[in-house]
Design a protein around this ligand. Structure first.
Ligand code: HPA
Ligand code: ZN
Length: 348
């Protein structure tokens, strides 16, 4: 791989828009918390865990992801989890993070909503104060549960309204179309949340259309299956709908057979607003930087393409244009110092 590009990918300020905090639970912390709480897990060593993390589809991952999350019990645990990931952001130059969390994964097993929030918000406050980390929170509804549970979750979030920026939709996509959550998203919209939803990861392109038209989301998480519907691609380009793409997640969950087959650069070249994200890095074997490096290594991503993707990570964010501007200026400065130019700049 081009050394200059590799150095640029490490150094450039990046935004991450699609990251499940429960998916950052590293095996070491998982085993430590299981021991602390006297919980028995099917594995007792890191090696056993790593061997178990071979997934054949989204559901086979989700089964272990929910099992892993069951070791999170008190505010201290949620704090430690979020603190560890925020430190990884600092170390990777992920200057802006949009952190998804799944409250129902915890409230359904008797952990109070407030306990989750106390832990997460404590860590977020520290990262903001200690190193100026920019963070937004996205509360996701689990789509395998019913809409009543999503509406209850929205109710529980009311005391924390000012701390949560957006509502999302995740978990098993097949058989759980966006339309199932029309009322929950309408209620979230009324409360002033920004809206996003996972769609077109395993689900068909119609789920992307449903998320846009029925839920009214401003962004699509994953969205890669839009490529099966040229009219939808045209619409996503025309409406500049951001797609938060997760390359290593897609390969590990067998959406694509290998990174060499991943279409993210084709999506970029077709004018789609794509960004690179890690999704659940502890389960998929790669942090955000590793996802970018994999594109450079296996898809021969150019410097100009890398720059477009990094700029797209801020462009697709929940940040207001005035908040994005200084980040984009810093991105361009990093590009200039690494000799990377934007497409079109060379000729002008
Ligand atoms: N898809 C759906 N649900 C999820 C994911 C994902 O990639 N990661 C964590 N929950
Ligand atoms: Zn996701």
């Amino acid at each position: 791989m081009d050394q200059g590009l590799e150095a640029f990918l490490h150094a450039v300020p990046k935004a991450e828009l699609h990251l499940h905090i429960e998916g950052t639970l590293e095996p070491t912390m998982l085993l430590g918390l299981a021991e602390r709480h006297g919980l028995s897990m099917p594995w007792s060593t890191i090696e056993e865990i790593e061997a178990a993390y071979r997934f054949e589809d989204l559901q086979s991952f989700l089964d272990l992801y929910y099992l892993g999350a069951s070791v999170l019990r008190d505010a201290e645990d949620f704090h430690a989890l979020a603190r560890a990931y925020l430190e990884r952001c600092r170390d990777q130059n992920v200057v802006h993070l949009e952190m998804m969390f799944d409250p129902q994964t915890h409230t359904d097993r008797g952990i109070a909503f407030d306990v989750v929030m106390e832990g997460l918000l404590g860590a977020v406050d520290e990262a903001r104060a200690e190193w100026g980390q920019s963070v937004r929170l996205i509360m996701c509804f689990l789509r395998h549960l019913d809409e009543r549970s999503a509406l209850e979750t929205l109710q529980r979030a009311l005391p924390f309204r000012e701390h949560i920026d957006a509502v999302g939709l995740d978990s098993g996509e097949r058989g759980n179309p966006p339309e199932k959550f029309a009322r929950a998203f309408a209620a979230a919209r009324e409360q002033g949340y920004a809206l996003t939803a996972h769609a077109g990861e395993e689900g068909p392109p119609a789920y992307i259309t449903g998320a846009l038209d029925t839920l009214g989301v401003q962004r699509i998480d994953h969205g890669v299956r839009c490529l099966e519907d040229p009219a939808l691609v045209e619409r996503l380009v025309a409406e500049r709908i951001p797609l938060t793409v997760c390359p290593q997640s897609n390969v590990r969950l067998c959406v694509y057979r290998s990174m060499a087959e991943h279409p993210i650069l084709e999506m970029l070249e077709r004018g789609l607003s794509v960004s690179v994200n890690s999704d659940d890095p502890a389960y998929f074997g790669g942090q955000l930087v590793d996802n970018y490096l994999a594109l450079a290594r296996e898809l021969d991503m150019s410097g100009a393409q890398a720059l477009s993707l990094v700029r797209g990570s801020f462009g697709g964010s929940l940040l207001a244009p005035a908040e994005r501007a200084p980040f984009l200026a810093a991105v361009d400065a990093a590009a200039a110092s690494h000799g990377i130019v934007r497409v079109g700049d060379r000729a002008s």
